[in-house]
Design a protein around this ligand. Structure first.
Ligand SMILES: C[S@@+](CC[C@H](N)C(=O)[O-])C[C@H]1O[C@@H](n2cnc3c(N)ncnc32)[C@H](O)[C@@H]1O
Length: 217
């Protein structure tokens, strides 16, 4: 979720059996599909970190019929929801979700097959900085040269951010001081570079979010 949206613990997700519904996905799914199509592989295997409800996995696999998807999350209720959503979109092209915590040392060793790309939507600001570091460390280990990491969420740029992002970041920090909107230029880009990933493209998205593409060198 982004600055116009409620943080994960408070988001008014509805439930249909194991299938959780995120209101933020209803708003950002189509803009994400459009940028994904221009920037990421639409066939082969993609690893998703922090899949949440599993709605993005289902939507992207429905949009791109040659895509195979390896979803994951740290949260057991999310893992059940991801598996349930796969029945609605993607079917057998969505692998059983992996329980992955990107702050765990060597987490990427549990990924069974090398992905053509990695997707991570709305995680790095609702997690400690160690989650962003772990994400890039693992992406650096898993991606082949020329393969990409797709990040989506709110960011600041050289310390400046939209007022809605500043309010959102404050509300995140008041829930957990380790959370908060990250700076793309001063923090995320240098972190990515440490693990061999270069900034390739930035797309402005609704509600002051960005889609950010990194490429393995
Ligand atoms: C705001 S939700 C976003 C979910 C989904 N990507 C979406 O856009 O709807 C953040 C997700 O990050 C997951 N998460 C938080 N910390 C994590 C970690 N250390 N490793 C993997 N996933 C994590 C949470 O369980 C949650 O599903």
């Amino acid at each position: 979720m982004g600055p116009d949206e409620t943080p994960v613990a408070l988001e008014e997700r509805s439930r249909e059996a194991d299938r959780l519904h995120s209101p933020s996905v209803a708003r950002n799914s189509e803009p994400i599909r459009a940028v994904y199509e221009r920037t990421m592989p639409v066939e082969g295997l993609v690893l998703e970190i922090a899949s949440g409800t599993g709605q993005h996995a289902a939507a992207l696999c429905t949009a791109f019929p040659a895509l195979r998807w390896q979803p994951s999350d740290i949260d057991p209720a999310s893992l059940r929801s991801i598996a349930a959503w796969a029945d609605r979109g993607g079917g057998e092209r969505v692998a059983p979700p992996l329980e992955l915590d990107v702050t765990a040392p060597g987490w990427w060793q549990a990924v069974p097959a090398a992905p053509e790309g990695i997707v991570c939507i709305n995680m790095i600001h609702i997690a400690p900085r160690s989650a962003a570091e772990g994400l890039f460390r693992g992406a650096g280990a898993l991606l082949r040269p020329g393969s990409r990491l797709f990040l989506y969420g709110p960011f600041s740029r050289r310390g400046a951010m939209a007022p809605s992002n500043a309010r959102f970041s404050e509300s995140l920090r008041s829930r957990d001081p380790a959370w908060g909107v990250r700076d793309l230029d001063d923090h995320i880009q240098p972190l990515a570079a440490q693990f061999g990933l270069a900034l390739e493209a930035v797309s402005e998205m609704p509600a002051n979010n960005l889609a950010v593409i990194f490429e393995k060198g």
